[in-house]
Design a protein around this ligand. Structure first.
Ligand SMILES: [Zn+2]
Length: 92
């Protein structure tokens, strides 16, 4: 099965929780190997999980979700050349 980015986004939480079927997990990993956008989203999601992993209350900045989705929408329009979604942590 070939996943597109939207499929991968639906699987990201399961991927991080290690609850995906092995076959789906392999498909997601394969997609992540060649998709910068989904890799960036995975990193962002993982960072949020790390921030929330202890019992402290952590609130996302106001508008985070809207900005994330705006960035995703922009990125989808600009595949494959855009790196705009990397604004918070430019690759070193
Ligand atoms: Zn993707």
């Amino acid at each position: 099965m070939v996943l597109n980015c939207r499929h991968v986004w639906e699987y990201i939480s399961g991927y991080l929780d290690n609850t995906l079927d092995a076959e789906i997990r392999a498909d997601v990993e394969h997609h992540l190997e060649h998709c910068e956008i989904c890799s960036a989203i995975l990193d962002s999601t993982r960072n949020i999980l790390i921030l929330t992993a202890d019992d402290r209350v952590f609130e996302l900045p106001l508008g985070y979700s809207e900005r994330l989705h705006a960035r995703l929408a922009a990125a989808m329009l600009e595949i494959p050349s855009s790196t705009e979604y990397e604004e918070e942590e430019p690759p070193s």
